[in-house]
Ligand binder design. Structure first.
Ligand code: IMP
Length: 197
């Protein structure tokens, strides 16, 4: 069976990527299986730069095809913040709850129509020769006034998808995995993945 390393230690991301790749007949690893691999410094200015860096460094360390996701939330009223800093918006070791609290405080008093936002995901895949392929996906929504729902991870409890009137955390993984930024980016990578693994 072909092997693929997902270049993350984020369990929420990993679960979703495993679900989204279930049709491919592959044995999945993550960086949790390589505890001695040095931390990858995500110092790029863009999702793309960070995704490519993670895929490359993981391929170089493991020698296996590697898939990286760099993603985050862009809020229009905050000029695109937290963006590439989404996971550490409220500080280097911030929890999801702390990041959400900081975001809600930054948007306090703003009406719903001014709370537009999107999730963006860039997937970089280093194939077995080390060549890197890149795709991108987005999902539009608005930031709610308080957290709702218990599914997903990160900012899911405050990200409302207008068509459903529900947050990603309320929608559940079946629907999220059909419409999310990550689902869109991975779908675009589908043919490349089929060809290489
Ligand atoms: P990365 O590991 O640097 O790509 O950080 C991604 C961060 O963006 C996560 O830690 C979350 O805070 C946020 N994020 C990305 N995708 C999602 C999602 O699907 N739901 C909720 N938050 C997300």
């Amino acid at each position: 069976m072909k092997k693929l390393v997902v270049a993350t230690r984020n369990r929420g991301k990993l679960i979703e990527i495993a679900e989204l790749l279930h049709e491919h007949d592959i044995k999945l690893f993550s960086l949790l299986d390589f505890p001695k691999m040095p931390e990858i410094v995500e110092d790029g200015d863009t999702f793309e730069a960070n995704a490519i860096k993670k895929a490359r460094e993981t391929f170089e360390y493991t020698g296996l095809p590697s898939l990286a996701d760099d993603s985050g939330l862009e809020v229009d009223a905050l000029n695109g913040a937290p963006g590439v800093h989404s996971s550490r918006y409220a500080g280097e070791t911030a929890t999801d709850e702390q990041n959400i609290d900081k975001l809600l405080a930054a948007l306090i008093d703003l009406p719903l129509e001014e709370r537009t936002a999107r999730f963006r995901c860039v997937i970089a895949f280093a194939d077995s020769s080390g060549q890197v392929h890149v795709t991108q996906g987005t999902c539009e929504g608005v930031i709610g006034f308080e957290p709702r729902g218990s599914g997903g991870f990160g900012y899911d409890p405050v990200f409302i998808v207008r068509e459903y009137g529900k947050t990603f955390a309320e929608l559940g993984s079946d629907i999220k995995n059909r419409i999310s930024h990550r689902a869109v980016a991975l779908e675009k990578m589908r043919d490349v993945l089929h060809k290489h693994i």
